[in-house]
Design a protein around this ligand. Structure first.
Ligand code: ZN
Length: 138
């Protein structure tokens, strides 16, 4: 097993990505790294780097987005924490072999063309956990 070496990003569910981004840029002084639409998950994502970690503000673009359901149930706040791993496919297989409940039983493509998989919140005691293998280096 290769333990994650760092947190890649923290996903924060918000109702209004522009309003939330304004707080982080104008009041906290963070830089907005861009806004990207992830059609697959029906969300808009704003990236705000903080050192090696990024905040990812996530706003649903459709009422049937998983994020819309999360907001309905929990309100805005931390949605998931993403750990960087070297090989998402290998980690998914290992976790499944250990009986860990997965949302994704195989890796899929996330923001920035990364490979990601979500681990079910039940496995961690309530918080959605993501593992991510970055694809682009910049
Ligand atoms: Zn994420």
């Amino acid at each position: 097993m290769a333990a994650p070496k760092k947190i890649n990003h923290i996903g924060i569910a918000v109702h209004d990505i522009e309003a939330a981004a304004k707080f982080y840029t104008e009041n906290l002084g963070l830089a907005l790294g861009g806004i990207e639409e992830v059609a697959d998950q029906k969300v808009k994502v704003a990236f705000l780097p903080v050192g090696e970690v990024r905040l990812e503000l996530v706003q649903p673009t459709s009422p049937d987005s998983p994020i819309a359901k999360f907001l309905e149930k929990n309100g805005s706040g931390i949605h998931h924490i993403a750990y960087e791993v070297a090989d998402v496919a290998a980690e998914v297989n290992r976790l499944m072999a250990e009986g860990v409940k997965m949302v994704d039983e195989k890796p899929r493509v996330g923001a920035h063309n990364s490979l990601i998989a979500f681990i079910h919140p039940k496995a961690s005691g309530g918080l959605l956990t993501e593992i991510v293998q970055p694809q682009d280096h910049h």
